[in-house]
Design a binder for this molecule. Structure first.
Ligand code: CTP
Ligand code: MG
Length: 233
């Protein structure tokens, strides 16, 4: 493993609109545990993190009921309107504790199925890398580009040969990531993950192949799927 310190940043400030549940999806339960607790314990159990910052929604009132809220390694801060705002808030909240070169792993609260082996693979693969990178999975399906309209027709079959799905954790050096996210925001560049901010600043993050079952719980059907995946390991 790397000699630089590792920090964990977990954006958990979303409202889970697509899940259409009565609470944000990170507070839905799988086998009686909150998704957020499952995610955090899987991460913290398998890497020697120096600390962990979780970004919560300003209106969150579920956090005190989590197992994680009693874990002294875990700190919280208030997130923002977009995922990238929540990540920036968490990075800012760590500022006094981190060194510029420390590694930060950013992981979605909504990905409870992240596998310990993938986490170790990511950290070991990137420990000497100048930029950092992310877990990702090659696209398996044939891809179609759709025309415009409500009932779109196929315009083109896209070559999937070099296309990957971006997963998390995404691992970058603290100062470089803070700088890249600030630059992207100043330029009005929409960034849906840390890698795109780093790319926007001219870096080439490394794709580290991870398990395709590291799903982001997004729509109701994903809940059963995540439960099944978690029951297997
Ligand atoms: N997230 C966040 N702050 C936001 C938006 C999202 O911290 N303003 C977090 C979510 O809590 C989630 C992760 O980023 O863990 C990935 O986002 P997504 O899957 O889109 O979650 P939601 O935004 O909550 O869901 P939806 O887009 O369906 O509303
Ligand atoms: Mg969202």
């Amino acid at each position: 493993m790397t000699t630089s310190k590792l920090w964990l940043v977990v954006p958990a400030a979303g409202i889970g609109q697509r899940m259409r549940a009565e609470c944000p999806k990170q507070y839905l339960r799988i086998d009686s545990r909150f998704i957020l607790d499952i995610t955090l314990s899987r991460l913290l159990d398998s890497a020697p993190f120096a600390g962990c910052m979780v970004a919560l929604n300003a209106a969150d009132h579920w956090w005190p009921d989590t197992e994680a809220s009693t874990d002294s390694r875990i700190q919280t801060c208030t997130g923002g309107a977009e995922r990238s705002d929540s990540v920036r808030a968490a990075l800012l909240a760590l500022a006094e504790q981190v060194a510029d070169d420390d590694w930060v792993l950013v992981h979605d609260a909504a990905r409870p199925c992240v596998h310990p082996g993938d986490l170790v693979k990511l950290v070991e693969t990137l420990s000497d890398h100048p930029v950092g990178g992310l877990l990702a999975a090659p696209v398996a399906d044939t891809l179609k580009k759709a025309g415009r309209g409500a009932n779109p027709e196929v315009v083109e079959t896209v070559d999937r040969g070099r296309l990957w799905r971006a997963l998390t954790p995404q691992m970058f050096r603290y100062a470089a990531l803070v700088d890249a996210l600030a630059r992207a925001q100043e330029s009005g560049q929409a960034v849906t993950d840390e890698s795109s901010a780093m790319e926007f600043s001219g870096n080439m993050p490394l794709l580290v192949e991870g398990r395709p079952d590291n799903i982001k719980v997004t729509v109701p059907a994903d809940l059963d799927l995540a439960g099944f995946i978690l029951s297997r390991f």
